[in-house]
Design a protein around this ligand. Structure first.
Ligand code: ZN
Length: 198
């Protein structure tokens, strides 16, 4: 890429390190940025460093937030006795968009994958088990229907069963291998309403 000036090459290289951004997209974005008003570029850069510096994990559900507790965990109108377990904050957002789930969440930040060497200790399971010490009536497992998601669901249900707390799994309206975040709201709701006891 020696035909670009060093500053542009640097920008393209940094952008291409982002997920889903190949060389072509990185070039397109770089030239877009260069043509943006200076003030807008500064806002973009500041919001990136600001988010990185201030975002942390919610003390309760482990989602990303800039407060000690996220808005959902600190909302007294939510039903704190029903916990939906999801793999990542994007899945949580997908369910929030349906506007129909009144419980709270637990974000695992991943799924168990023996193939990738990701074990139960590598996701936020310990934190979930700690939450079960308080008043919890149901845990709804809404991990993806991939092999990893199913493995994780099975593992969690085995952990929770002995506590006597009700464990359910969202219905299979969610296509196999499907990422929750790409599924439409109607399908998500149907999956939630049709959940089955484990
Ligand atoms: Zn939270």
């Amino acid at each position: 890429m020696e035909y670009y000036s060093n500053a542009i090459s640097q920008l393209i290289q940094q952008l291409s390190r982002l997920p889903g951004i190949g060389q072509k997209s990185a070039q397109r974005l770089a030239f877009h940025i260069i043509n943006m008003p200076q003030e807008q570029v500064e806002k973009l850069a500041a919001s990136m460093t600001g988010a990185r510096a201030n975002v942390r994990y919610c003390k309760c559900c482990q989602t990303l937030t800039d407060q000690e507790l996220c808005p959902i965990c600190s909302n007294p109108r939510r039903d704190h006795s029903v916990i939906m377990v999801v793999e990542n904050p994007r899945d949580m957002a997908a369910y929030e968009k349906t506007g129909k789930f009144e419980g709270v969440y637990h974000v695992l930040h991943g799924a168990i994958s023996p193939m990738m060497g990701i074990g139960p200790d590598d996701i936020r399971l310990k934190e979930l088990m700690q939450r079960l010490q308080s008043d919890v009536s149901e845990v709804i497992i809404a991990t993806n229907s991939s092999l990893e998601g199913e493995t994780t669901a099975m593992y969690i249900s085995r952990l929770i069963k002995p506590t006597g707390i009700k464990v359910s799994r969202i219905a299979s309206g969610v296509p196999v291998g499907g990422d929750l975040e790409y599924i439409d709201e109607v399908t998500l709701l149907r999956a939630l309403e049709g959940r089955v006891d484990l």
